[in-house]
Design a protein around this ligand. Structure first.
Ligand SMILES: [Zn+2]
Length: 337
């Protein structure tokens, strides 16, 4: 992988990277402290890709952009790559402001809509179940439940989405962008490839430094998200070494094929650790977290860790290596077949 020689824009600064492609960055109040947003210039106006977290900072950034560098530009639509709050958070606000089409995929919409419509009590019940199944000790579970942040605190009421599918084409002034959709970090994530110019808007699926978290599917415990992601990684290698990759976190890079290989090895390594352990004894999600992470996971990282560990276990079950059973306390245990 090779970092491109493009300076990262300041928060809210609009940076031109191609004649018809712009990039800005917003701040996030998390350990991952920023998100990248992109803009495609089309013959009908500017197409916004992702919207930022619902926050005072995002408001300030959008107001600065819309009253500043974008004040003379027509906004013609927005594409939301996936349902996570740092991408979908401001979509409803933007649509209200511009009354333009907002595009996402069916499963990303379904997940966002479901999370947004849940009451605090339903939310708490859902996560109680997630933590219980993982085998989390009671004290920790209660602390985690107290700290659980509601999706709706970070995401505006959804826009009226136009649902798109893989293969959809967006034309920009100088390019033709083909949508691909994949499962892994989220259920039906959008990324876009301009094959002729070898430009790839990767969303959260191909990041230069972070291994994209493979999230938990709260609503379908058998969904093999890691299997989906491994399929994606094997397929995306075809972009080769020359394609310029623009991810939603960190910096643009080349040699995305090598990065995909690294990520495959990373997950295979984790799968092997779990396989070895399972040869000895049955394990649950909390045991797996201790095994696959080389650092101690604090409560603030626990949601991600549970999703990640569970995705690996579900994958081993789905390829026939392991089977699972639920004990009387509702904890799920995995063992070698
Ligand atoms: Zn994400």
């Amino acid at each position: 992988m090779e970092k491109l020689n493009i300076e990262i824009p300041n928060f809210g600064e609009l940076k031109q990277i191609e004649e018809d492609l712009y990039w800005t960055q917003f701040e996030l109040p998390f350990r991952l402290n920023h998100v990248n947003l992109f803009f495609l210039v089309t013959n009908d106006g500017w197409l916004i890709i992702d919207s930022g977290l619902k926050s005072d900072h995002s408001h300030e950034m959008w107001n600065n952009l819309l009253n500043g560098p974008l004040c003379m530009q027509k906004i013609c639509g927005l594409i939301i790559t996936h349902y996570h709050p740092d991408h979908m958070g401001m979509a409803g606000w933007l649509q209200k402001k511009f009354n333009v089409p907002a595009y996402t995929t069916e499963k990303e919409f379904f997940t966002a809509n479901k999370l947004l419509s849940m009451s605090e009590e339903e939310y708490s019940k859902l996560f109680n179940h997630v933590f219980q199944r993982a085998g989390m000790p009671l004290d920790q579970k209660n602390e985690m439940l107290k700290a659980t942040r509601l999706y709706k605190n970070r995401v505006y009421e959804l826009p009226k989405f136009e649902i798109i599918k893989k293969g959809k084409v967006f034309n920009s002034k100088n390019g033709k962008w083909i949508v691909r959709t994949d499962s892994g970090h989220s259920p039906e994530h959008i990324s876009m490839f301009d094959e002729k110019r070898k430009l790839y808007l990767a969303g959260d699926f191909l990041l230069p430094r972070i291994s994209p978290n493979i999230s938990d599917n709260f609503f379908d415990p058998k969904d093999d998200r890691l299997g989906g992601y491994l399929t994606y990684l094997n397929d995306i290698k075809k972009i080769g070494s020359e394609t310029l990759v623009f991810p939603c976190h960190d910096w643009p890079f080349k040699k995305g094929n090598e990065r995909a290989d690294n990520l495959i090895r990373h997950h295979e390594n984790r799968l092997n650790i779990l396989k070895n352990e399972m040869a000895e004894k049955k394990i649950n999600i909390m045991n797996s977290i201790d095994l696959i992470f080389d650092r101690k996971i604090g409560n603030e990282q626990m949601h991600f860790a549970i999703g990640e560990a569970r995705a690996h276990l579900i994958h081993l079950e789905s390829i026939g290596f392991a089977r699972s059973e639920t004990d009387l306390n509702e904890v799920v245990w995995y063992q070698k077949n």
